[in-house]
Design a protein around this ligand. Sequence first.
Ligand SMILES: Cc1cc2nc3c(=O)[nH]c(=O)nc-3n(C[C@H](O)[C@H](O)[C@H](O)COP(=O)(O)OP(=O)(O)OC[C@H]3O[C@@H](n4cnc5c(N)ncnc54)[C@H](O)[C@@H]3O)c2cc1C
Length: 402
Amino acid sequence: MHQDFDLLIAGGGLAGNCLALALKDTGIKIAIVEANTREQLYASPSGDRALALAAGTVAILDNLNIWQGISQAATAIKQIHVSDRGHFGKVRLSASKENVDALGYVITAREIETHVAKLVAQANIELICPARVAGLMSMHDEVGASIKLNQESSSVTAKLLVGADGGNSSIRKLLEIKQKITEYGQTALITTVKSRLPNNNTAYERFTSSGPLALLPVGPYHCSVIWTKADEDAKALMAGNDSDFLAELQQCFGYRLGELTLTSPKRAFPLTLIRAEKMVSGRVVIIGNAVHQLHPVAGQGFNLGLRDAVQLAGMLANQHEAGKDIGAADFLNSYAKSRQKDHDRTILFTDSVVRIFSNDWLALAAARNLGLTVLDHIPAAKALLARHAMGLAKHMPNLGKR
Ligand SMILES: Cc1cc2nc3c(=O)[nH]c(=O)nc-3n(C[C@H](O)[C@H](O)[C@H](O)COP(=O)(O)OP(=O)(O)OC[C@H]3O[C@@H](n4cnc5c(N)ncnc54)[C@H](O)[C@@H]3O)c2cc1C
């Protein structure tokens, strides 16, 4: 069987589905190829991970009419408390001082993933699922993809193919796009805890000698834990029992929220920084985690991928409306150029946070504590940090309501 579309999106995860939703009323004929069914997506344990959404991300989701369906499941971050274990430095950011309702929001990945998948199913978008893109053929005026649907093979052609198929992207591999990989030798341990004292909508980021620990508020008495440890320590904690895990977590975080209890199973995500060397090849462009997979310490991965999706959607809508080729090389290269600065800045920010704060040399410890303390006393620097955390800093794409 053969089908023809304007736009074929490989991967109906957060980036791919948000791109499709941003384009659903433009007249562009769209198909998404997704490997997992909605039931598999809902049941996936990785859906437990909590995403910290920057205020800029919430504004984008609102423009796309996605936020309205998930806002009730999100917890507002009213304060961010950054501290350094064993040292005196501390920074507090507050929504009221920044004159905003919230510095960001916390929501589980499952809530957003299943909601956007539902919206895609309701829209005029062809969903080819459960299926995988198994091969690509770039031609002069279109791109062909061979698709494995159950045991059957079929082919699809489109003017443009977008690879939004995540960190392990098959599209990136098929195009032989090289990537730069930085191994941190760290693993993120994820779980949820209940606290005896209310969190008062505070997100905690605590830097320890073995890596950062974040507690993100989920409702008044629960927090999602993202605890980054050296690989061997993480392995030992995963192999041990829950009470030993909890005792070490409590010791690391302290008692500012009283006694903690575990309310979900612990999970491990090994961490790497992966960056593709280019975003465009022929009539194919890659977005989201397929281009950049970041350490979750600064909570930037989805925020960055969503900015890819809306920037590309805005440019595609204009190109289509002008009757021009949406897969033209100069057009795709101008998209890639428009995303470069935001990628560089966000990757540098995330990588620097990991490197500076997972190092316990005495001088560095002193410097970073000085940094945190100085930051707490210079309102302008603090406001800048808050703007970065909220995702409202420069290089954000233009978000006109469609
Ligand atoms: C522990 C942890 C905490 C995080 N915390 C935050 C946070 O606080 N804030 C934040 O912004 N980000 C955070 N992130 C990052 C965020 O989860 C990712 O950036 C985001 O989910 C990536 O979306 P994506 O759509 O690019 O890729 P994915 O979510 O990986 O989606 C890819 C999709 O493609 C499908 N697929 C794969 N291969 C194929 C194929 N060959 N054919 C068809 N379909 C295919 C998959 O089934 C999947 O649905 C965190 C990540 C982790 C691991």
